[in-house]
Design a protein around this ligand. Structure first.
Ligand SMILES: [Zn+2]
Length: 457
């Protein structure tokens, strides 16, 4: 009798342990379900690390960027579209980090916690990007490295992103790792680039002046081509501008006037403006991408000369193109804006939403008065100085930058937006080591905006 009781107790104990282990395993499976199903060793989706069950990725016009057929991932038939969207879509070999078929693989594969992976019908990921415009923008960057992006400043929808260099994943260059023209080829420079801004940064210095120097509009500045600061350092201008107003100083991008303004403001107020413009932070987008944080070139230890050069966008100041485009969107949109994004939704075979993007506030909060003042100054910079004819007579507000580099050609910048409420788009363009801001970045940005204008009208 004793032996039988012992055996029963032992069986109960073993059964209890077994049930506990099963319960633990089930809990772990449910809470880590995505991970279990999407581990690249899981042959249901990945075959030798190649996506084999992901759904379609389509652009704003329904053009298919990537699809799956007979277990094989197939990309758009156009080499120029494949090349220009490589960093957005990602490749199936894992060279490009942050591509959406990786970061949205769970949504794309139609994975469900209840039913697992749906092999019959996977989901469709819908972009706000116009693939043809991306391909056109990529052409405008050639032969330089750099980036161009265009965003609807009312909504935050990006219609165009291009980053150079890139490559066609179906014809990957054999010298990609040795030829310097492919330096940084795996980086999406729109999010991951950090550049000396040059004179586009004068918009930030102007913003601080508007908010901190009450008589700035009645001041005049005398530019004799260069200016010696109190510590003996010298600021050199791009021209001899003579006696000019604050607005004329921005129009003509006078380094002397802006260095004087920067020194008067001091590094603390300049850093505050840089921060208010969202340029010192890493932005987290709804597309699951983080932009690189920029940095202002002057701090409490800086010399007067460093503050002067930082205020005109030189010194060690670094700016990220995504962040600067967001800043332009905020100025265009009355002082606030959403974080730019390019994924609008994921839908299932029935057209129902599996995922829908919620606009995220950028955190930029400039007063509407300051925003409209800056808007007017950027408008006069184009209409009085660059010439509207350069922008196909669109109503453009903007600022160029020609960021000087030691022993290299300058980085050309253009940042701006259309003042037309019916065409609410902001643009940023950076062409590395190309030359003059207006000539290179201004032309590239103008071409892309004009192409977009023809598309939407
Ligand atoms: Zn000057």
């Amino acid at each position: 009798m004793k032996t039988i009781t012992k055996r029963i107790l032992l069986l109960v104990a073993v059964a209890c342990i077994f049930l506990a282990v099963v319960a633990l395993l089930m809990f772990s499976m449910l809470t880590n379900a995505n991970e279990y199903a999407l581990k690249s060793v899981n042959k249901h989706i990945y075959d030798s690390n190649i996506l084999t069950n992901a759904g379609d990725i389509v652009d704003v016009n329904g053009k298919v960027m990537a699809t799956t057929s007979d277990g094989e991932r197939i990309y758009n038939e156009s080499s120029s579209i494949r090349t220009s969207l490589l960093h957005i879509i990602g490749d199936d070999k894992g060279f490009i980090s942050g591509g959406i078929q990786d970061t949205f693989s769970s949504e794309l594969s139609g994975y469900s916690i209840l039913y697992g992976i749906n092999r019959e019908s996977s989901n469709t990921l819908n972009l706000t990007l116009d693939a043809d415009l991306c391909a056109y923008a990529y052409e405008q960057l050639k032969p330089y490295k750099g980036t161009i992006a265009v965003c609807n400043y009312k909504t935050g929808e990006l219609v165009c992103i291009a980053t150079s260099p890139s490559y066609d994943m179906y014809n990957k260059p054999s010298d990609i790792d040795t030829n310097e023209k492919y330096d940084g080829v795996y980086i999406n420079r729109f999010y991951g680039g950090l550049y000396t801004p040059g004179s586009v940064l004068k918009v930030v210095t102007a913003m601080s002046a508007v908010e901190n120097i009450s008589d700035i509009y009645t001041r005049t500045f005398k530019c004799e081509g260069s200016y010696t600061l109190s510590d003996g350092g010298k600021i050199v201008c791009n021209d001899t501008h003579g006696t000019i107003s604050f607005e004329q100083a921005l129009n003509r991008s006078c380094n002397v006037a802006f260095a004087m303004i920067a020194v008067e403001l001091g590094e603390e107020k300049l850093n505050a403006a840089f921060s208010a413009a969202g340029l010192d932070k890493s932005h987290t987008t709804s597309d699951r991408i983080r932009s690189y944080a920029g940095s202002f070139g002057a701090n409490a230890e800086s010399s007067v000369t460093d503050i002067g050069w930082s205020g005109v966008g030189q010194s060690t100041t670094l700016v990220n193109p995504y962040a600067f485009l967001t800043y332009m969107c905020a100025i265009a949109n009355g002082g606030v804006c959403n974080e730019p994004y390019f994924i609008s939704s994921v839908t299932n075979a029935d057209g129902k939403y599996v995922y829908r993007t919620k606009a995220v506030d950028s955190g930029i909060n400039i007063s509407s008065t300051t925003a409209s003042t800056l808007k007017a100054m950027l408008r006069s910079t184009v209409s009085n100085y660059y010439g509207d004819y350069r922008f196909g007579n669109l109503t453009i507000c903007g600022k160029t930058g020609t960021a000087e580099r030691d022993n290299e050609k300058p980085h050309a910048w253009f940042a701006g937006f259309s003042a037309d409420e019916e065409f609410p788009y902001a643009v940023v363009a950076v062409l590395e080591n190309s030359g003059n801001g207006l000539t290179y970045a201004g032309t590239a940005a103008s071409n892309v905006l004009q192409k977009l204008y023809k598309t939407v009208n």
